[in-house]
Design a protein around this ligand. Structure first.
Ligand code: GUN
Length: 301
């Protein structure tokens, strides 16, 4: 068996084309164009590249972007003051703080100062809670992108054994919750899992987001499984690889995502989708901000 390659670049491009049309519709109806604020603290080279790609993608579909760069030694209060201003800015519908933050930062404090109504990363507690109870305003971008790839390939989830390797707040945990919502049987493995292979071998669909090159070897994968590689690792020779031994597993799986060109481009496309959704939400006639819903039971009805 040779797996079909899932072309994340093509699917991401199709979603961006749809995004462009949605933005044009908002403007044609006299609405404010979507705006995304991106905050980056420090000079982590990978983060600089990710932010540059996000800003470029915004321009490509007609989303306005507002970039704020801070040195690593900026005070947390300065960043929070900036977020508070953006929370009140009607031209801004999405706010993203690029992670990781410098180690001196209290990440939760920063992320929870973003209005839940502009939390296009889906990291705010309200949106995380929405995932738990089924339904969130902003699904986190990477797992949302994985679901879109599966949907594009008509790979159903109901009743499937799905094993998620990696339990991060950004990918593994929200991924598992979203898969459960689609009635998959979900198993989450992580850095402390003993004998990882005894779990991965059971997977109809294996989602790997652990951050270790070559973690998943062919003997750990069931013949015909769908393998989604979320890992992005830079080897010492400069090569970019995922967490899966691609050359080995491609001969055993039914579908596989390449790295690069699989999940990566989807993350940015889903950020665009969330930003446009936010913009549309803010411009709905009966829009009630989340914070108001909770301060007034009447407003929620
Ligand atoms: N760093 C790595 N992935 C992400 C992401 O999805 N959002 C943000 N804000 N930072 C990240």
């Amino acid at each position: 068996m040779t797996a079909k390659l899932i072309d994340g670049v093509a699917v991401a491009q199709k979603i961006r084309d749809e995004c462009r049309e949605r933005v044009q519709r908002i403007i044609a109806q006299g609405g404010t164009p979507p705006g995304l604020a991106v905050i980056i603290v420090g000079s982590d080279p990978a983060s600089q590249i990710y932010v540059r790609n996000k800003i470029r993608a915004c321009a490509n579909v007609g989303i306005k972007s507002f970039r704020f760069d801070y040195p690593a030694d900026v005070s947390q209060d300065t960043v929070i003051d900036q977020i508070m201003q953006l929370n009140d800015d009607p031209a801004v519908h999405g706010i993203l703080v690029q992670l990781p933050l410098p180690p001196t930062f209290d990440m939760s404090r920063i992320l929870h100062s973003i209005s839940a109504d502009k939390d296009v990363d889906g990291f705010h507690l309200y949106n995380v809670g929405g995932l738990v109870v089924g339904g969130t305003v902003f699904p986190p971008c990477t797992p949302y992108g994985v679901l879109k790839l599966l949907e594009h390939e008509h790979i159903t989830l109901e009743g499937k054994n799905v094993v998620v390797v990696g339990a991060s707040n950004i990918v593994g945990k929200p991924m598992a919750l979203m898969l459960m919502q689609h009635e998959a049987t979900v198993c989450i493995c992580h850095a402390k899992t003993r004998d990882l292979a005894q779990f991965t071998i059971l997977a109809d669909i294996l989602v790997v987001a652990a951050g270790y090159p070559n973690l998943i070897q062919p003997e750990m994968v069931r013949t015909g499984a769908v393998v989604i590689d979320v890992g992005i690792n830079r080897l010492s020779d400069g090569q970019l690889v995922g967490d899966v031994n691609f050359a080995g597993v491609v001969a055993k799986a039914s579908y596989i995502t390449p790295v690069p060109g699989g999940v990566g481009p989807m993350t940015v496309s889903m950020l665009l989708v969330n930003t446009i959704t936010s913009c549309e939400r803010w411009q709905q006639q009966n829009f009630v901000p989340i914070v108001k819903k909770f301060s007034s039971a009447r407003a929620a009805t």
